[in-house]
Design a binder for this molecule. Structure first.
Ligand code: ZN
Length: 158
């Protein structure tokens, strides 16, 4: 595995619509492993392929409950609303309060091409929406209803 460079906001690669994965080969497995390692090193809970410069419909998520790879994901159902803070490894130091669905149902494939369906809620649902947006060239800022001053997130000194 290897840590890849994370593309930062301003790079046009982050505004492009990604293409589906067609080959479930060793190259895909390596990309998924590299993406996971890059996400962990960046202390993120999710990472999408365009964030490492690859315009394919792939993301990885780990909200602390284990790794999940998503290849060619499709959100097929959403329910409810949640508001909370959100950031992005491609937008370091920027945070905002977003509005996202509380529940999502997503269909995707794993690294071997096997189909699966996941019902996610809370942070997991938010992460799926955030990463899925990356595949259509959308950054979380489009969902921000109130920006957060990074100072607010730092521990206060007495
Ligand atoms: Zn992001």
């Amino acid at each position: 595995m290897a840590i890849r460079n994370i593309v930062k906001e301003g790079d046009p690669v982050l505004n492009k619509v990604c293409r589906p994965v067609e080959r479930f080969d060793e190259k895909l497995a390596t990309l998924l492993d590299d993406m996971y390692e890059t996400m962990v090193a960046g202390e993120g809970v999710g990472l999408a392929a365009p964030q490492v410069g690859v315009l394919r419909r792939i993301f990885v998520i780990d909200i602390g409950e284990g790794r999940q790879d998503f290849v060619n994901p499709k959100i097929i159902k959403t329910k409810g609303v949640q508001e909370g803070s959100e950031g992005c490894l491609s937008c370091p130091g920027e945070f905002g309060i977003t509005k996202r669905p509380m529940y999502v149902t997503v269909c995707a494939q794993n690294r071997y091409g096997d189909q699966f369906t996941i019902n996610a809620e809370g942070l997991f649902a938010k992460a799926i929406c955030h990463e899925n947006d990356h595949l259509d060239g959308i950054l979380f800022k489009e969902h921000v209803i109130r920006p957060i001053d990074p100072e607010e997130l730092r521990p206060k000194k007495r």
